[in-house]
Design a protein around this ligand. Structure first.
Ligand SMILES: Cc1cc2nc3c(=O)[nH]c(=O)nc-3n(C[C@H](O)[C@H](O)[C@H](O)COP(=O)(O)OP(=O)(O)OC[C@H]3O[C@@H](n4cnc5c(N)ncnc54)[C@H](O)[C@@H]3O)c2cc1C
Length: 484
């Protein structure tokens, strides 16, 4: 054994980093506040029905993409142990009477650009070529360690090929680029779809993102997007092997002893000492957990980067239904009084019931956080708002998916207040990847204290499986070079 490490938080970031450190020979203990692993990407069951909590898709599974590289690094093949398969088609997109399919195949993306987005073949082909080019940027491990002259220089050298190749797309704004390649001929459906995909991938609307981000958003299905049929919890149980983890065990405070150079974790009545800690919680919303003013001050400077969006998620069951894809993206004008973006992602999991085609679903949509703070101390209005939204979303589902009332059963609705209660976060995505958030403006995975590493969707770029895998590859590269 090479020493003891604490990992705080059992979401994607915590579980993947704990597994990697255990594989590297460290004795790892993971502390998770809630009653299950997975965080926003976990799942729960109600009777025989599994429900993914928020993240329903696992992108980057094709060779060379970040999640596949992480699984390789961990010598894992989850596909052999859980029903993780790349979804074909990946997304069924519906906007009123119009529909389209995104799949892992380039030809289908081209068809969507031409038929659904009404792009002329020449600009559509140019866009597809550019998307593939930008996606190849994900084959590159990041190395963003901008503290210290030596590390700055190394980062620069390491990133030079990437900057030379893709730099122009990092700095250029997506909308003028689209106007340029289409010669100002942009159909409203293009804007609607691109805006929805940009919000889902980068937590930012189309007008704020760079060309690179737009490309990644449009090319997401080409990275190999999978679903775990039995719900994501099965995947987390598989990943959580080789290290100790404690559920329902929140870390209440993280201190640092200058004299002994150890971190002091307050867990219940105990104070536990660790030389190294991976903090895998949404740190920008939880920096008060640090009693060490150096870290607090450091993280506070990034607080403004927290995404202004959260999510509303509706859970339920659809009976006697033949879905067109595992994920339906509904582009509508219904924002439920401004509480939602008008875009709804309905992700389905099959439930084996005799003779019936039954699916449990998670419907998710963006919601501005500012709408919800008022309900933190007003339980009565909150309950009324929840009921109102639940009814509104049910009505929307019935009409959008052409369902009979008897086919649809609603189980529950989660709001930013729910997520705050269970997962210590209201913002439910990573740092918005906008033109103004460049690499030196995000916290990154190192911290001002040697031995304290930061890994969550609030530290590097992009969120979810792909973003966190990039962050972990970043840390791995640092550990290889500088030691743990
Ligand atoms: C509606 C929605 C849909 C999404 N869809 C996708 C998708 O399809 N694909 C995708 O890749 N990404 C998706 N994302 C993004 C993705 O869910 C997140 O980026 C990712 O799950 C974040 O993982 P994390 O480990 O950084 O943080 P979290 O998931 O927040 O995990 C942190 C964990 O730390 C625990 N914790 C917090 N405080 C403490 C403490 N003091 N002590 C101990 N434990 C603590 C929490 O309980 C939690 O389990 C989606 C997000 C949302 C909101």
């Amino acid at each position: 054994m090479r020493g003891e490490v604490a990992v705080i938080g059992g979401g994607i970031a915590g579980v993947l980093s704990a597994r990697l450190l255990a594989q590297l020979g460290y004795e790892v203990t993971l502390f998770e506040k809630s009653g299950r692993l997975g965080g926003c990407a976990g799942s729960f069951s109600r009777g025989k029905f599994p429900f993914n909590i928020a993240a329903t898709t696992i992108g980057g599974l094709f060779p060379g993409f970040p999640v596949e590289r992480i699984f390789q690094l961990l010598c894992l093949c989850p596909q052999e142990r859980v029903n993780l398969t790349v979804s074909v088609p990946t997304f069924w997109i519906k906007a009123n009477e119009e529909e389209a399919y995104l799949t892992p195949f380039e030809e289908d993306l081209l068809t969507v650009l031409i038929n659904f987005c009404r792009m002329k073949p020449k600009p559509a082909k140019k866009l597809l070529k550019d998307i593939k080019f930008s996606l190849s940027g994900l084959f590159h491990d990041p190395y963003f360690h901008l503290n210290g002259a030596k590390s700055k220089l190394k980062t620069l050298l390491y990133l030079t090929p990437l900057i030379l190749n893709h730099g122009i797309y990092y700095r250029k704004s997506a909308l003028p680029y689209l106007k340029e390649i289409t010669q100002n001929d942009i159909h409203p459906l293009t804007l609607k779809l691109f805006n929805a995909l940009s919000l889902i991938t980068a937590q930012a609307p189309l007008e704020e993102v760079s060309v690179f981000t737009l490309h990644l958003a449009l090319g997401y299905s080409l990275t190999g997007v999978g679903t775990v049929k039995e719900g994501n919890e099965a995947l987390f149980s598989y990943l959580a092997d080789g290290f100790d983890f404690f559920l329902n065990t929140p870390v209440e405070e993280i201190g640092f002893s200058e004299k002994e150079k150890v971190f002091i974790l307050k867990v219940g009545k105990e104070r536990l000492l660790f030389e190294r800690v991976v903090c895998a919680i949404p740190v920008l919303e939880n920096y008060n957990i640090f009693s060490d003013e150096l870290i607090r001050k450091y993280l506070r400077t990034y607080e403004k980067l927290v995404s202004p969006f959260s999510a509303i998620t509706l859970y339920g069951v659809i009976k006697n239904y033949e879905p067109k894809a595992s994920h339906c993206l509904l582009l509508t004008a219904e924002t439920l009084d401004g509480h939602t973006s008008g875009n709804y992602l309905v992700s389905l999991l099959p439930v084996n019931l005799e003779g019936e085609t039954t699916y449990s679903f998670t419907l998710s949509t963006h919601t501005p956080i500012e709408f919800w703070r008022r309900y933190l101390n007003d339980k009565e209005s909150y309950r009324t708002k929840k009921e109102e939204l639940s009814k509104g979303l049910k009505k929307l589902l019935l009409s959008e998916l052409s369902l009979e009332e008897s086919q649809l059963e609603i189980f529950d609705l989660a709001t930013p207040i729910t997520f705050n209660y269970y997962l210590n976060r209201m913002s439910l995505g990573g740092i918005p990847v906008t033109l103004s958030n460049s690499i030196w403006k995000v916290p990154g995975n190192l911290s001002p204290r040697t031995g304290l590493y930061l890994l969550s969707d609030q530290t590097l770029f992009y969120q979810g499986w792909i973003g966190i895998s990039l962050g972990l590859l970043n840390l791995y590269r640092w550990w290889e070079d500088a030691g743990f």
